[in-house]
Ligand binder design. Structure first.
Ligand code: DGL
Length: 270
């Protein structure tokens, strides 16, 4: 088997630009790594699609990154990880790392946690992937998983401080608070942007687990294990590709990535 080049870039994909939360966390933790990012903005959202369609899209996204010579692929999308990770791992030679397992690990790091809420897209929650992984490792933990499909549109519209967002969050989360959750897993790329308002709705005692930063930790560990951490001396690059380019997507990409502005290229998937 060919050994991937440790100085090749890391590939990251998501259904849209939300996965840039993972890119941001990766660049903070692994500043020497170059990254090629693919956002499938032409076909977002994945969260409401069928498992077969999600798997097909994830295969095409990974193929695109592999064709760019990446040394490993990070599936930043929770929905794609939930439905397609085993297929991608079985199909591609490069290591493929998803966002779910790091989220589960981070959740269980606190061995006091006993009632865990999980929020995500319909696809993620319906797959039961988080629920299974959590239950397998800690059968004693009570899990309350709900899909929260209205949250992605709020984030995409930039309505992060709107009163209606607070109302929607209360409607979704009050039943979880009534069940006494001590931890809430943010099982979607977009949710880290909601942390300030989530704090207000949930109060200080519920621990929030953000899969973006925990995923970066797992990627770092996996690259180390596989001898794939970059030793390159050149300034690391960040290449952004979207399958549909629009002003809104570019604006949103900036919001997710922070201050940096980058040229975004159009990706054509085969
Ligand atoms: N990226 C998706 C996820 O993390 C959210 C957006 C979508 O539905 O495609 O599940």
């Amino acid at each position: 088997m060919d050994i991937p080049n440790r100085n090749a870039p890391l590939g990251v994909f998501d259904s849209g630009v939300g996965g840039l939360t993972v890119v941001k966390a990766l660049r903070k933790l692994l500043p020497k790594e170059s990254i090629v990012y693919l956002g499938d903005t032409a076909r977002v959202p994945y969260g409401s699609k069928s498992p077969d369609t999600i798997r097909q899209f994830a295969m095409e996204d990974t193929q695109f990154l592999v064709s760019k010579g990446v040394k490993a692929v990070v599936v930043a999308c929770n929905t794609a990880t939930a439905h397609a990770l085993p297929l991608l791992e079985a199909t591609f030679r490069v290591p493929v790392i998803g966002v779910l397992e790091p989220g589960v690990e981070a959740t269980l790091e606190d061995d006091q946690c006993s009632r865990v809420g999980v929020i995500g897209t319909e696809g993620t929650i319906r797959s039961h992937a988080y629920q299974h992984m959590l239950a397998l490792r800690r059968p004693d933990v009570r899990i309350h998983a709900i899909s929260t499909p209205l949250l992605v549109p709020f984030v995409e519209a930039g309505w992060l401080k709107h009163d209606s967002l607070k109302l929607v969050l209360e409607t979704y989360l009050n039943p979880l608070l009534d069940k006494g959750i001590d931890t809430l897993v943010l099982g979607c790329t977009h949710y880290p942007l909601l942390i300030p308002v989530l704090r207000k709705v949930l109060g200080p005692s519920v621990r929030l687990v953000d899969s973006a930063s925990t995923c970066a930790t797992q990627v770092s560990r996996r690259l180390k294990e596989e001898g794939l951490l970059s030793t390159g001396r050149r300034k690391p690059s960040l290449d952004l590709y979207l399958t549909d380019l629009s002003e809104q997507a570019e604006e949103l990409a900036r919001r997710f990535l922070g201050a940096e502005t980058r040229k975004i290229q159009r990706a054509r998937l085969s």
